[in-house]
Structures are given as C-alpha cells and as structure tokens.
Ligand binder design. Sequence first.
Ligand code: SF4
Ligand code: SF4
Length: 293
Amino acid sequence: MKELVIISGKGGTGKTTITASFAALSENAVIADADVDASDLHLILHPSVRIDNQFFCGHEAEIRQVDCVGCGACLAHCRFEAVKMLGDNAGEAEFSIDASSCEGCGACVRLCPVKAIDFHERYCGEWYVSDTRFGPMVHAVLGAGAENSGKLVNIVRTNAKKVATETGRSLIITDGPPGIGCPVISSVTGADAVLAVAEPTLSGIHDLSRVIELARHFRIKMFVCVNKFDINPGLTEKIERLSEESGAFIAGRISYDREVTNAQNEGLSVIEHNKGVSVGEIKSIWGKISREF
Ligand code: SF4
Ligand code: SF4
C-alpha cells in the first residue's frame, strides 16, 4: 500500500481540486481528507457517511456546584485564569470554570479538597468513514476553535490505511493541510510521496521553499506542480528550477482555466466536468506520478 499526500505552502492553491481529480482518475484508492481545519473535499466528492465517530482532545474541568464548598483553591491555582468567581450566594462565593479558557491541566481537579470538580473529555469534532462514487473516503471536521488537529489528521490517515487494508486497495490519496505546521507534519510523516502544488507568485516561491525543506527533512519523495502557471511563466520556470535543484520531480503545469471553477460550481471533479485545457494537464500529471511513484 502506498500513500500520496497533496500539500501546498498555503491554502487556495488548487490542492483539493487536484486531489478530487486524482480520486476520479485512480481505480483502486482510498481517499483521505486530512485538511481537517478547513475540509472541503466533501463539496466535490459528496460522501455518504457510513460510520460517524466523535473526536475528543484532552479534558476540561467543570465544578459541581452542589458539592463545592467555595474555598477558592481552584481560583488561586489556575494559571490560565479559567476559574471565575461569580459572586456571593448567601455570603458564600460561587465559582465556575470557563470551558473556552480551560487548558485541561487538571491542577484544580487534584487540589479541590472536596473533589467537586469533574474532568470530562473535551469534544473537538468528528471523523467519518464514507462511500463516494470513487471509492471509500475517510474525512473529519474539527470543531470551531478546537485544537489538536495534528491528532485528528493522524486518526484520519490511520483509518484510511485500515480501510485500504480491509477493502484490498493499494493506494491512499490524501488531501493534506496547507502550510508547514503540526497538521502538515502529521499528514506527511510516513507517506511515500508528496505532491506540492505551487502558484507562480513571489509568496508562492517562498511557501514552496518551506514545503521542500519539510519534505527533505522527512526524506519523502516529492513531486511539484505549478497551478495557473500561465499567469507568470517566468516565475513558473523559477519554481521548477528551485524544485529540481532541491531534488524534487517536476510533475507538470496546470493552466489558469475557468472550467475549474465551473466544475466546482457543479460539484464535480475537473475530470468528470471534462471541459477545458486543465483536464489533459491534470491527467498528464497523474500519469507521471503514477509511473514514477
Ligand atoms: S483544569 Fe487547569 S486550566 Fe482548567 S480550570 Fe482547572 S486548573 Fe484551570
Ligand atoms: S477548589 Fe473545589 S471546593 Fe474549592 S472553590 Fe474550587 S471547586 Fe469549590
């Protein structure tokens, strides 16, 4: 089993468009959406959820008012100012914990003299195993403001491998998060290859350099493609030179093509929409990666 992760230095470079097209072109793949902070592959693949799982990340403290004796120890020891004094009730102070400020360190739970603080698992989102017209898909939604997306990325990838094993599929195509932070590291660690999608802008070059460094650090085979290459052919050449000098393989170029947006508006992959110059270009990139992967 092999895994190809599609990444980019920043969001909005066409990463998900390419992932959806690869899903349409592949014949025996599991699709994983590891861009859990801003997942949108489902808008094209329209997954039908088969298994729905809750994702918990860490803990949060909650005072049981009925058992609290108002000693204030939790307020005194919380370093994150999550404990609030609500005021007096018949001469006794009342305390409560602001869940959004609680870091789940557990100090108050240990220090409460009457054990009046519960320590729940924190609900942070959901992850799913679904069916799509191109095969099984594992994807997730991280709750608003929830952290630990690296852990959720890991859950998505682990379960994509499990589904691939169960269904006898030999390839996992993963839509990775943008950037080079924790979620991206979590999405490329142990992958067989990455495809970095770059745009021919100055910031695109900067973003790509960071992604190249990341792939080199983890010794992962890297392909690069330039999306909307014709908006600046000079910078496209510069990106391709930089990539080759860094040991990456040039997978190809994709033109600026209004049909890509039309495909998205219709909820289709570019391959299914089958209009515009980008169809052949994406097929060529997929062919090259399939041969050299
Ligand atoms: S668990 Fe830690 S962060 Fe949360 S309220 Fe208690 S002491 Fe504060
Ligand atoms: S430490 Fe326990 S008893 Fe004291 S104020 Fe906090 S919750 Fe109430």
